[in-house]
Design a protein around this ligand. Structure first.
Ligand SMILES: Nc1nc2c(ncn2[C@@H]2O[C@H](COP(=O)(O)OP(=O)(O)OP(=O)(O)O)[C@@H](O)[C@H]2O)c(=O)[nH]1
Ligand SMILES: [Mg+2]
Length: 395
């Protein structure tokens, strides 16, 4: 090998030679006579079909044909999971064309929605939410219920995938024809994820699901978002982990209709019972709830499927209570109003930031503010004035 190197009068020609030869398939320099004992064999033939046209053909075949709005709606009303999934994908899509179809589907499904019970399930990572959903879910479907499991994962925007609603922890449920599991959409903002989940609830209800679980991680804003779209809020806790460790803020405990100490099994049973009493005492310090319901603290083992029926009975007891005192409908009405304004805020904000002129001037104003040439408020006012004027010009 090294001999050949000196054969060529300079490095560049050597490298160029190597490059040319290697490009000429198998005319490898090392197959030349002076490099005895070394043989470079042919590589695997590259399929010549990877030209542009074949890639385009492949993508076209891959892109599912869009159905008509009525086809989606009748498929959903028939409880067809495949069509429901396709419709949910349209809801989650950022494409304007898909959004348009999705809004029409939602509009036509709205009259068939609202009849489910919407249950939010939250708790710190690893507390056992997914395992619990698997156990409670099987309990519900065994009784003939139809369950949809949705998830709101604040990290999905970063992780582009959701740990929540993960099917790996819900093996039996994901194989159950009476259950539908949909991991968190990964949209830009939590507000975006929430709106899409709320719209997905409507489609799932129109498809005949009578119970809807929404799993979310109990560490940030997402609980408040979930709380504003469910009828019942279940907080899962662990024994002996202490509030501060679990990072559970007071606010979340106040939102809970039932607190359940999970993993009450093995050597943890006694600790779980002690924690149950501790939380019950803590709840007595909180002001009474709007619904008049006294939140309960229970224990369960999601893995050993213990305490599951008691929790379900408590949920039914709560629903009877709030349906009889009118709070159920009151809360639904408040939520519908809340989501009307949330959607408006969302749309206005994205409209503003999508505006071409605003996009162009934003950096400039940021710099002016940072250089203290103008105040933040003056900068904001100038951009808003521009935006209103651009809207007026459109009229
Ligand atoms: N001993 C015991 N372990 C449990 C129980 N429930 C869940 N686990 C275990 O706790 C771990 C986390 O369970 P998950 O159901 O994934 O928890 P999660 O809250 O969904 O976690 P994230 O989705 O990551 O937030 C797993 O190893 C489960 O097997 C239980 O009742 N008892
Ligand atoms: Mg989970």
């Amino acid at each position: 090998m090294w001999n050949g190197f000196f054969y060529f009068n300079n490095r560049y020609t050597f490298a160029k030679k190597i490059f040319e030869v290697t490009k000429k398939q198998n005319k490898h320099i090392e197959n030349e006579k002076q490099f005895k004992g070394l043989t470079v064999n042919d590589g695997i033939d590259q399929p010549s079909s990877f030209d542009d046209n074949s890639i385009k053909r492949f993508l076209k075949k891959k892109r599912k044909k869009l159905l008509s709005v009525d086809e989606y709606v009748s498929g959903i009303l028939d409880g067809n999971i495949t069509i429901l999934s396709q419709a949910v994908t349209l809801v989650e899509s950022a494409k304007k064309e898909h959004q348009q179809i999705a809004q029409n589907i939602i509009l036509k499904c709205l009259p068939h929605s609202g009849k489910s019970v919407r249950i939010g399930i939250t708790g710190v990572p690893g507390v056992g939410k997914s395992t619990f959903i698997e156990s409670m879910g099987k309990y519900i479907t065994r009784q003939g219920g139809k369950l949809a499991v949705l998830a709101i994962d604040p990290s999905s925007e970063r992780s582009k995938g959701s740990i929540l609603g993960d099917k790996t922890r819900m093996e039996e449920l994901s194989a159950d024809s009476n259950a539908y599991i949909r991991p968190s959409p990964s949209a830009g903002s939590l507000g975006g994820v929430a709106r899409k989940t709320r719209e997905t609830i409507i489609l799932c209800e129109a498809a005949g699901f009578d119970t809807i679980f929404i799993e979310t991680v109990g560490v940030g804003q997402s609980e408040t978002v979930v709380h504003s779209m469910v009828d019942f809020f279940l907080l899962l806790m662990l024994a002996g982990a202490g509030d501060e460790l679990q990072g559970i803020k007071r606010g979340i405990m106040e939102m809970a209709d039932v607190i359940t100490i999970n993993k009450a099994d093995g050597s943890n049973i006694e600790k779980a019972e002690m924690a149950r009493v501790q939380y019950l005492n803590a709840l007595h310090l909180f002001p009474s709830t709007d619904s008049g319901w006294k939140p309960k603290v229970l224990t369960c083992s999601a893995v050993e499927k213990k305490g599951i029926s008691t929790i379900w009975d408590t949920i039914s007891e709560y629903l009877d209570f709030v349906k009889s005192n009118g709070y159920f409908q009151h809360k639904r009405n408040e939520q519908s109003k809340f989501w009307m304004y949330e959607t408006i805020n969302d749309q206005l904000k994205s409209n503003f930031y999508q505006n071409k002129g605003i996009k162009e001037m934003a950096d400039d104003y940021e710099n002016k503010v940072l250089n203290e040439e103008i105040s933040s408020f003056v900068a904001a006012k100038k951009m808003l004035d521009y935006y209103y004027q651009s809207q007026k010009d459109k009229e």
